[in-house]
Design a protein around this ligand. Structure first.
Ligand code: GGG
Length: 334
C-alpha cells in the first residue's frame, strides 16, 4: 500500500512550507497519496471550529499528517482552542520528538545532535483554566499523570536504544513542584531502570536551560514535560541554525502528525520567502519513524546538507533564496 499523507497547511507560512515539503517527499516517494484538510485560527474564523471533525477523520484514515503552523491569538476567544493542541489531545499524540542537530551553517554549533522528547498531551497545556468571579485570579491546572509520564518515558528510551544513543536526561522541577514533577520524575526513573544499557541523569529545568546555552553537546536525549520541552527545544534550535531548521513529530501509537517547530510567521507570510527546511525535515521524520523508510529520510537530509554547503540559503539563514528556489535546489541534490 502506498503511504497516505493528510496535508494541513494551517495558518501563515504553513501554506508555503507544506507544499514545498510535499514536492520533496514526492521526489523520493512518487506513489505517495495526499489529501488536504483544514485546521487553525483562519479555519476557526471561517467555520467556528479550529479542528473540524472531518479533519480528524481524514488524519485517522491516512495515519499520518503534515501540519504547517497555527497562529492562535494571545487572548481568550470563546470556543477557540489551539488547533495543534487539539490535534495532539484528540489523536493521543503523546510524544513530541524534536531533534536538533548541527547543520552546515555559520550559526550552527558543531557537535550538537540531541533528541528532545516532550510530553504532548497534559502538563501546563492541559487546557484546564479558570478565572475567579472578580477576574483577579487565573488558574491553569498543570496535570501530570503516571500513565502519560510512563508512555513518554518509554518512547524516549525505546527511541534512544533504537538509535544507539548513550544517555537520557530527565528534565523536571521536582524541587519546587514535588507532587506533579515528583510523579513525573519518579515514573521516568522507574522506566529508566528497564534500560540499563542507557545512562540516565537528571537536571532541574532551569539548570538544563543553562547547560543548553553553555554546552549543548552535554545532551544526547532529553525527556521532559510539555512546557519545559516547548521552551527548551526552541532555545536549542539556535544551535541547529535557527527556528527554520528544526522539525518535529507528534507521535502516537497509530497516528503521527509531523510539523516544523516554528510558527505561522505572520511577518513574512504570503511573500514566498519562508525557509521550508524544518517542514521538509519533518516529512523526513515521517519517512524514518512512521513509514520505516530510513534510507529515503537520509537521502533528503543529505540533499539538505549539500544544498546548505553550496550556499543556497533563505533570508533567515543569511541568504537571498526564496522558498521555491531552495526547494528546487534540494530536489536537484536528491
Ligand atoms: N508548527 C508549529 C507551530 O505552529 N507553532 C506555533 C504554536 O504552536 N502555536 C500555538 C498556537 O498557535 O496554538
Amino acid at each position: 500500500m502506498p503511504p497516505k499523507l493528510c496535508l494541513i497547511p494551517g495558518d501563515g507560512v504553513g501554506h508555503e512550507v507544506v507544499p514545498a515539503a510535499v514536492r520533496v517527499l514526492q521526489a523520493v516517494l512518487p506513489d505517495l497519496e495526499t489529501t488536504t484538510a483544514v485546521a487553525g485560527w483562519a479555519c476557526f474564523q471561517k467555520n467556528g471550529v479550529s479542528v473540524p471533525e472531518e479533519t480528524i477523520t481524514q488524519i485517522k484514515a491516512c495515519g499520518a499528517a503534515l501540519f504547517g503552523a497555527v497562529a492562535s491569538p494571545s487572548y481568550k476567544v470563546e470556543g477557540y482552542q489551539s488547533a495543534i493542541v487539539t490535534l495532539r489531545q484528540r489523536l493521543h499524540l503523546y510524544a513530541n520528538l524534536r531533534p536538533v542537530r548541527s547543520w552546515p551553517l555559520p550559526e550552527a554549533r558543531p557537535g550538537v545532535d540531541l533528541l528532545i522528547f516532550r510530553e504532548n498531551t497534559e502538563g501546563l497545556y492541559s487546557g484546564v483554566e479558570r478565572l475567579s468571579a472578580d477576574g483577579h485570579t487565573a488558574v491553569t491546572e498543570r496535570i501530570i499523570t503516571r500513565a502519560a509520564s510512563e508512555r513518554i518515558a518509554r518512547r524516549a528510551y525505546e527511541t534512544a536504544r533504537a538509535q544507539k544513543r548513550r544517555k537520557v536526561t530527565i528534565v523536571h522541577k521536582a524541587n519546587v513542584m514535588p507532587v506533579s514533577d515528583g510523579l513525573f520524575r519518579q515514573t521516568v526513573r522507574e522506566v529508566a531502570a528497564e534500560y540499563p544499557d542507557l545512562k540516565t541523569d537528571e537536571l532541574l529545568a532551569d539548570i538544563a536551560a543553562f547547560w543548553l546555552l553553555r554546552d549543548p553537546t552535554r545532551f544526547d536525549v532529553i525527556v521532559t514535560t510539555n512546557m519545559f520541552g516547548d521552551i527548551l527545544s526552541d532555545a536549542a534550535a539556535h544551535w541547529g541554525g535557527g527556528m527554520g531548521m528544526v522539525p518535529s513529530l507528534n507521535w502516537g501509537e497509530n497516528t503521527a502528525v509531523a510539523e516544523p517547530v516554528h510558527g505561522a510567521a505572520p511577518d513574512i507570510a504570503g511573500q514566498g520567502i519562508a525557509n521550508p527546511i524544518a517542514t521538509i525535515l519533518s516529512a523526513a521524520l515521517l519517512l524514518r519513524t512512521v513509514w520505516n523508510l530510513p534510507d529515503h529520510a537520509a537521502r533528503i537530509e543529505q540533499a539538505i546538507v549539500h544544498t546548505l554547503t553550496a550556499g543556497y540559503l533563505t533570508r533567515d539563514l543569511g541568504g537571498t533564496m526564496d522558498t521555491e528556489a531552495l526547494t528546487n535546489a534540494i530536489i536537484a541534490c536528491l
